[in-house]
Write a protein of this length. Structure first.
Lengths: 325, 325, 325, 325, 325, 325
């Protein structure tokens, strides 16, 4: 038997965390969690709409994290992230991790009709092409999007954060309702953890008129509180449908839970006008404006989770153990 | 204004169709649909378990299709397909299309726990590495698996084939029941096309004992016929659960519909012992043995659909138009 | 001696030309030049800022051209182009050519300071990653950007178009002045073709104050007409400097010639207020608004040149012969 | 002159060694040599023949070795290895080394007839595609197979192990006979090291009947002991030929030496029935069954050699120095 | 059953054949065989040693062949070939085939000692990187070098050409002697085809002095004519050894046969001074000078074979059929 | 807030510096600057013109630098560098940096006419293909060539070295003259730093005779000393033109400054015959011969700059800070 040399775990260099322009508040929160300062950088959008990035600190041999989310303007934020990667790569970073809490184009994840793109795969390819070595994100629209990447990555789940918040409410006589049939399996996880029954919103087009739809709730919500769950609220259109359907079926208090509170277009006006008991989301995108509009909006910060994952990725410690897995 | 030269559509060379060893009957059916003969090849498995392929016809400048499905022995069939691709590539084929009606490892399509592979993505990478230019498959476990490929491909849907067969049965008072919550959205498509209500099988572990499960049907099946739908039946385990649950909830006749009737392990014995009215599947894998075991098994041939897609791929005509899209 | 089979030139399939949303007028002009109709497509920007493309005609086995320029909003137009490529690739196009008359990020073509990106190279990589087989563009900021691409491409020169227009003016006693020392060599080409002397604008920072600059004209412009040449006018800042310098040095009539009249930020207001005799540019970006603002703006259409190059690319005929090379 | 910072050698992280299912005994031997425990993992072959791997220890930032050989079932073992790599890559291993003592498909290493694959190259590509950073193997069928890999690797030679064992036998009046002309050069190395003369087995088809062969020994074996050398014994077919030929030419005691004692099909029965003095091989594949069948089989363990190479690879110390090179 | 559209074989465009500077005579021979003219090109080596290539004919959409062999100056010829490929690729050739009859660095095909390159694999990678789609070569040093390429290729064998020439000599009482043990298997092919016995040259270092060697002939050459076979003669050093050994063993007339008569350094002087009956080789490299030096040199032209293979590659017809395979 | 583990900067292993055969003197200078010895290697050019490299020290887990410049014989030096990379990669180096002070083929950096290569891009691709992880070079012909590389690199500027040398001369009444209009912008940098006026050499073909040229100086050199600046002097042809033109325009003392004094073909004879006051260059290529020919040649060593950059690259410290950037 021989003795191997004593080894430390693999060392990717000291940490450097850059914030893109999309969500500096979250980046700051993460940096504070990690006890480090955000690295300095110059971000310019020239009058000709071209984005320019200059790193004001050396990244040579460093373990670099670029925190940028895909809130609007989405394509500017994507390009900024890619350009950031290129600057870090050419600046000789030892490792580059793109931290994009809300990954865009998640709903464009398959060809469900002819001659459409799979933009979520394209996103993965672009990020790799720009030089990223890893990614960190929160709750992909479909878990399979992990497989669109060749580089390793960590998908952080907001499930524990959100379900624990709900557990503390000690709701009784409540039912989980999935806002979309594609979320049925994740809805079941909420139902199981919260020990509630499960119901589904089904939307079906009527045969004679393509515009008119039949909305039905499969499962029982009558005289019960309802927790509508989904991964993302965008314009709030389907949520309005579900709200109507559960109300028509006799529901009492309505809670809404989602990871990504995107709230675009008419969303905030719509939600404000409706009698939701509480809308619970996270700050994977900035929520300042939404909070000022919706008094019953609860925003749970995803920052500590992202920070903890980054610490473990940087240190080479297990991320899975965060969930006792 | 100038005049462009008259052009034909792009020409990938004459067609050559090879059958792997997994499903010669389907390959033959496709070849007959297309009015061509299968190309000759030598397939050997040496005593040392190494597979050898020799093409007995020149593929130089030809549009080659390799028809091989992923029935057991799965890994032999995968390797055979990859080796086939290599032989065609080095034999200077103009284009190579892998036709794999049942794509293996579809359920390994995301990291739903730490430190597991995404083997479905690996499969896509292996097929591309071996030299395939395109793929054709039937009903992927998740549509997102399309995005695991960089090469273009055509996912043939068995939905029209199966739903038209069901329509002709003119079932009344029947309910669609999805065997798995991940199939909820596709279950809705069956329900809408057949104009039936929808119900879901939910399986939940009880808190005190990891082995014991609570099975429930969400939606109404009492005193109704039931059509259980899923993409694949493997050991039949979940189907047994669903069967029990719908029976307990008062269901009458039970139909089962799935694209991929894999029927492995105890499946055929289990299914044979149960009072299913009819089990309907396709021949994406060989069904000879299953048909001899299950008198109430109906196998719809996927051959003409695959043949038609291949004809359109070869000719450069729209595949989407097959579905009026 | 043997006889080879009779061959046609390589055939990339019938032509399909799509217009992105940035410059439909130019796409229309090109289509008319080629005697074909633009292919139908659906372009949507969803409320969540995600772009969606659906091709409304089959591209299977077709020779596809996507015409999209990089006018503002630049990053939206880039992403739209990439998504378009992905849709065409997955739709089984035989060949995809990105026609981007004005290529963005051209000035970010080298690391002239530490820790900056080379975004022009990134652009080339992104276009290739998205599936483009070729590109066509007009007057890159630096010819070396061709080398950023691995795929073949055609850089169309506007030099003949612009210089012939100037020749017809039969200017006498005129001097070519380059607006930027990086354009010196191309300025010499104008001077040689028009048989005019050459002068240069030099800008130098004074040692004691970083903001103040010394502007000087190297070469003789006194009592002469002046043709200021550059590849691009963006905000018009340097042009204002050159204008002042040549005026201070006794110049008479001032003409301005550039390929890309981007005219962003304060450009149109600035230019309008100055006594330029004529500003000559092309429509590599839309010029409708600029034309309404600047009465002395002449826009030469690049459409026929692009159309002719596309015809030759499609037919497999020499592009170099267009310039007798 | 400046002073560089003090550096350690490159550090790939702590070691993690996983055993695949093909040869746990060898993996255990290696682990013992290195004084570490094998890492825990779950290996399942589902009833549908799909292989599943789950790493039960974190590999994040670790230097991972996957020990798996290509004994039967060969294609299962290949796929298992590839899936293992994917799990380690996605689990963020710092470096992944595939340790495959017997590399399959080695005889499929060139196109010696039209339209056949080069499966050994395909193997190298598959291993790289799955995410391996390095490989370790023993005695490739042809040294050129090293060049099929782009990733670095270490081909361990069993020559010293086997030749030193033979030296200790102090054979006199013995001749080395190569079992195959492709092994002539390596046979010469045995002859030179053992200071024995060399002879060759030649097999030639007779002109009138493709089935009948003329076997001849080139060189002198009459009244001499014979050591038949080859890289691999598979079915033992050629060995039977060589045995007959040397016997016919008057040989006395017959020894057989090979690296890879695969012994498939009729091999063990054949060998058992023949008067070999001793058959010497290594455990690059499991030899338990062969040892129980063949009393005159000597198995030299390759474990310590592989362990020593792994130690040096892990520590960044020279492997070449093991052979004083 | 449906009817596929009538198809021609795949069409790679009209043929264009360029000759590099290494072997214009062979290129001319091939062009004549194919009944076409060589395409015009400008080849310059600037005073600063940089090579410049300009194609004087359009290659857009053409099936291009670049004929260049690796005679001295080898590295100039390699770089010229690579630069040629780049010019063709950027000039939009439809397909590029590198025709390199003598592939350099063939003997650097494995790591037979630590810390050496595998330059033959590097060559394959360079050729692919430069844009070649295929290669054609003659008699690689090892067949496995085919596997160093990912692109398809055709290795032309000179075996039939050379063996038929020998057959016509009707040699009696002759023995094939392989010049190198690595050529043993190919030597056997000569022996079998010519129906001659086989012998081997073995070279072994003596233990006490690294410089002194023992040369022996294994097999019988006494009072027989001898045909020494090898793939390549370079300096002729081993050939001198073999010559001495067969003479010492009583051989009569000595013939030498090899594919690649490189004849470098002292080769021609050495060979001229020795009593070879005939030296037979091909013109995979230029042989003008060798022919003027060696009166008993017979050069068989490889031109028609290469031309025939190119015709079949261009037309998409089987190459294997040339050898009735 | 959590505490990250203490980390060192990323560690690429101990340094190993190899010198190629082109410029051992510079490599020695660099090694001395860094206080290390050059690593031992065997470099052979075989009689058949094939280059062979063997590393005589282990590079396993080392941070390797290969110093080789592109002086004549250029293509041999390129191939030697690529082969060196391959040996290091297969020898398991942790990181490979190609240090090529004078990068060849820089003038072949764009298609300025049809059907020519972009050999500078090809160079970048070849270096990456051979396994280099980084490059270090001095003053590329165009900064954009950085963008030809995907791997990170450091372009060392000789500007400070040369301009500080000139500053110390305290020239008065001197003018900077750019030898080529492509160098205008860099000429301006010299003029600004030295606080001198700027003039340009313009060369124009006359219309009636392609051979005759009009040479003119734009800017004032009459009765002034002149400093002619360029990146490279090759044959000295344009320098002769500029010399004549400034002399004709009344210049007094003539200095010449360039980074790369290649001096090929007639250069040294030409320069020797002319009344240059001083020619100032660096040793990016060996200057021994030039110094013996030209008494007024000043060679500033680039060695310390390269050494300092290598130290910072190795240590993971900022290179940009060398220039206070």
């Amino acid at each position: 038997m021989i003795r191997l040399q004593n080894k430390l775990d693999f060392n990717y260099g000291n940490i450097k965390i850059f914030s893109g322009s999309s969500h500096p508040g979250l980046a700051q929160e993460v940096a504070e969690y990690l006890g480090v300062s955000l690295a300095r950088r110059e971000l310019v959008k020239f009058p000709n709409d071209n984005i320019f990035v200059r790193l004001e600190e050396s990244v040579r041999g460093k373990d670099v994290y670029i925190i940028n989310t895909a809130s609007a303007p989405v394509n500017d934020n994507i390009m900024e992230t890619l350009i950031f990667c290129d600057a870090c790569r050419r600046g000789s970073a030892a490792r580059i991790t793109v931290v994009m809490p809300y990954m865009p184009y998640g709903r464009s994840d398959k060809k469900d009709q002819p001659r459409v793109p799979i933009t979520a795969r394209l996103m993965a390819d672009l990020i790799q092409t720009a030089g990223a070595d890893r990614y960190i994100t929160v709750d992909l629209h479909a878990g399979q999007i992990q497989g669109f990447f060749s580089i390793p990555g960590d998908e952080v789940s907001s499930f524990h954060l959100l379900s624990e918040y709900l557990l503390e409410k000690k709701l009784e006589n409540a039912t989980i309702v999935t806002n979309d049939l594609g979320f049925a399996k994740k809805g079941r996880n909420y139902a199981a953890t919260l020990d509630m029954p499960l119901a589904f919103m089904e939307k079906r087009r009527t045969s004679n008129d393509a515009k008119s739809e039949i909305l039905s709730i499969i499962g029982d919500v009558n005289d019960r509180d309802v927790v509508i769950v989904d991964d993302e609220i965008s314009t709030g259109g389907s949520l309005m449908n579900t709200l109507k359907a559960v109300k028509d079926n006799g529901a009492r208090d309505i809670y809404v839970v989602c990871t990504h509170g995107i709230f675009v277009g008419p969303a905030l006006e719509r939600l404000k006008a409706q009698p939701f008991k509480e809308i619970i989301t996270t700050n994977t995108v900035p929520q300042m404006h939404a909070k000022s509009m919706l008094p019953n909006l609860t925003v749970l910060s995803i920052g500590p989770l992202i920070g903890e994952v980054m610490a473990r990725v940087h240190d080479g410690r297990s991320v899975g153990e965060m969930w006792n897995e």
